[in-house]
Design a binder for this molecule. Structure first.
Ligand code: SF4
Ligand code: SF4
Ligand code: SF4
Length: 273
């Protein structure tokens, strides 16, 4: 097997390991299907990227995003939003949203950074269709808003538990529907206001409270070969997340925002990334 195919095969192996482990430990065939499908979708995207197919990332984003939003969310009624995570956490079951968060958003980012944000998120799946793929304005110092949305989700679910409301599952389903509509409305509004498709990700998304610190340690990251770099600045211009990718340190500017989209790699004229 050629060396260049190591990454898609390795990603498939990681997800198959998770799929088989959860299938056997939880005695539930769903996990085998679920994580095999996600692993295959990710491996296909990386494979297409290696083949220089320009829409490779979008293929994975649509395969995983639509599966999670339409099949898991709307058809199966699983709330995979952050409210669903709190809900399952408080009920003490390691199921659905808690597993999803552990793999994609809490421990997974130690390995693949914010790959979730680049290749799988169903919110970004829509936001990435908007016209401002490269931000047209400077980043605003309002990232603290994410802590408010994070706290609001926690308070909302805690209040439901404290009030001992009935039909929690039903409420979670409706919270998923309304929450997603709100995310899309706010995300699209902010994209046009700030002329930046990813404004919602940068300022509002509560999940980044988990994603940013964990992805700081990510094993997978884009690095720069300084001997090839001619400091032309193209990578910073094209980056949707304003990452200073020419700085190899983990403390690089906006380093925990990198969604591994590889736009910088594609546009570097010197193949320095
Ligand atoms: S920051 Fe939030 S909305 Fe944006 S891609 Fe990541 S998880 Fe999705
Ligand atoms: S695009 Fe390439 S050559 Fe230009 S600054 Fe970035 S890494 Fe250096
Ligand atoms: S353009 Fe490069 S640095 Fe910016 S988010 Fe994509 S992979 Fe990361």
């Amino acid at each position: 097997m050629k060396k260049k195919y190591f990454l898609p095969v390795a990603m498939l192996a990681v997800f198959e390991t998770i799929a088989i482990t959860l299938w056997l430990t939880k005695d539930n065939l769903f996990y085998l299907f679920n994580f095999s499908y996600i692993g295959l979708s990710i491996a296909l995207g990386i494979f297409l990227f290696i083949q220089n197919y320009r829409h490779a990332r979008r293929v994975t984003q649509l395969l995983v995003g639509l599966y999670m939003l339409v099949y898991l969310g709307l058809i199966c009624g699983e709330n995979m939003q952050i409210e669903g995570f709190w809900y399952y956490l408080f009920t003490g079951v390691f199921e659905a949203a808690t597993i999803h968060y552990a793999v994609a958003k809490i421990f997974g980012p130690l390995l693949f950074g914010r790959g979730w944000c680049g290749y799988a998120c169903w919110t970004a799946m829509i936001l990435d269709l908007l016209p401002y793929k490269t931000p047209e304005r400077e980043r605003r110092p309002i990232g603290w808003l994410r802590y408010i949305t994070f706290a609001a989700s926690l308070v909302f679910v805690s209040a439901l538990f404290l009030a001992h409301v009935e039909n929690m599952e039903r409420i979670m389903f409706w919270a998923f529907l309304v929450g997603n509509l709100l995310y899309y409305a706010v995300g699209i509004g902010l994209a046009f206001l700030f002329k930046d498709n990813r404004a919602f990700c940068k300022y509002i998304c509560p999940i980044t409270v988990f994603l940013k610190p964990m992805s700081y340690f990510s094993l997978l990251r884009v690095t720069c070969d300084e001997s090839k770099c001619v400091s032309c600045g193209k990578c910073k211009q094209i980056c949707p997340m304003d990452v200073d990718v020419t700085d190899n340190s983990r403390k690089r500017k906006n380093g925990t925002e990198c969604i591994l989209c590889h736009e910088c790699v594609k546009h570097c004229p010197k193949n320095a990334l």
